[in-house]
Design a protein around this ligand. Structure first.
Ligand code: EPU
Length: 345
């Protein structure tokens, strides 16, 4: 059932969750490992511009992508090894992330419950080091299998080699170099559930749960996300468009003195603090703002939305104006989380 389909001048509007109407010069749809081997035989995969699409949920197409666009339809989940404490689980890059989370929970494996309902494919999870409700996926990743375009070889990177940081990894720092093919996760059978992030405890209480299991935490996360974030099936968006900025602790304290309501969180680096970009954007008056079809969600100030036919350039222009106003008011530079194609930030 392996097949490789090559499409010229392919429309991408239904292949990116911001629903931007860009086109690919050449799109390769890769179904199965044999098709992947065939694709890797082409020179265009080894050098030249390349975009691996996944579900297109973390992407702003500000112009048409040059060169080759690859969509990997590689499926399959398997347990490679298990013992009394944990299991090593492998998922191919094209498996839907939320389906994978539920597959693991259905086998009573824990760890990924706080990451339920994040859009996208498994292959994108390490690139972005997806995170939510106090958990980042990198902590559960054992190995990432990739095609390295620099060496022209398949290779396996262990967690340390992936260089995970807040919404960041080696794959994101050199996006043209790597094609993620599969991810292996080390998942505990029982671990200390993270229910301390704002909102989760309250949601569990509202559900009438006082001794939660991982599946309950996932359910609480799903309820919170459904309420707080716009659904890409209803309105084009790419989740948080901005990252929460990190600043020196002293700078965070100075801002906090001036704006006592600004939410400030610890950062991985103990000399720094993370600031709530959503709060700053909302305070600048952007929440629910709309310029034609480009807008900022009325549900969550971090989310850039496409009300219909906004172009990538219009969305990027709005995002830049939002960032400029936050900088003017707070002196803090906020940066985009999605990959931007066809323009620089
Ligand atoms: N807030 C506002 N206005 C808003 C939304 C939030 O002022 O419109 C303030 C509130 O004070 C709220 C605080 O911001 O208490 C934090 O809000 P939230 O819990 O939604 O978290 P966030 O920092 O805005 C991050 C992630 C989300 C993730 C949530 C929950 C980033 C860039 N975003 O948002 O991730 O779901 O935490 O863990 O780190 C994504 O990456 O696409 C994404 C949605």
């Amino acid at each position: 059932m392996s097949s490789l389909r090559l499409l010229e001048n392919a429309p991408l509007v239904s292949r990116n969750t911001l629903r931007v109407a860009a086109r690919a010069e050449l799109l390769a749809e890769v179904r199965g490992r044999a098709a992947l081997d065939e694709l890797l035989g082409y020179a265009g995969v080894r050098s030249g511009p390349l975009l691996v699409l996944g579900q297109g949920s973390n992407l702003l197409l500000a112009g048409d992508p040059q060169g080759l666009v690859v969509q990997l339809d590689l499926r399959g989940i398997s347990i490679l090894h298990e013992d009394a404490d944990s299991a090593l689980v492998r998922a191919e890059a094209g498996v839907g992330w939320n389906d994978f989370v539920h597959w693991t929970l259905g086998r009573r494996l824990e760890g990924l419950e706080n990451l339920a309902l994040i859009p996208g494919h498994v292959g994108a999870a390490p690139v972005q080091n997806i995170g939510a409700y106090g958990v980042e996926v990198g902590e559960f990743i054992a190995t990432v299998e990739v095609f390295d375009r620099a060496s022209g070889q398949m290779c396996r990177l262990d967690r340390a080699a992936c260089g995970f940081a807040y919404r960041d990894s080696v794959f994101k720092r050199e996006p043209e170099r790597w094609i993620v093919l599969a991810v292996e996760f080390r998942l505990p059978r029982r671990h200390a559930l993270r229910t301390d992030y704002a909102g989760i405890g309250e949601e569990l209480s509202a559900m009438g749960i006082d001794a939660p299991r991982a599946a309950h935490v996932a359910e609480a996360v799903i309820r919170l996300r459904t309420r707080k974030l716009p659904d890409p099936a209803q309105i084009g968006n790419a989740g948080s468009f901005f990252k929460n900025p990190q600043v020196e602790t002293a700078a965070a304290e100075a801002l906090r003195a001036e704006h006592p309501q600004l939410p400030v969180y610890p950062a991985a680096d103990p000399t720094q603090r993370k600031l709530s970009a959503a709060w700053m954007i909302q305070t600048c008056g952007w929440k629910g703002h709309r310029d034609g079809d480009a807008g900022i969600s009325e549900r969550h100030a971090l989310v850039l939305v496409n009300h219909g036919h906004a172009t990538g350039a219009q969305l990027l222009d709005l995002a830049r104006r939002v960032a400029a106003s936050v900088y003017q008011r707070f002196g803090v530079a906020i940066e985009p989380e999605p990959r931007i194609i066809g323009a620089t930030w």
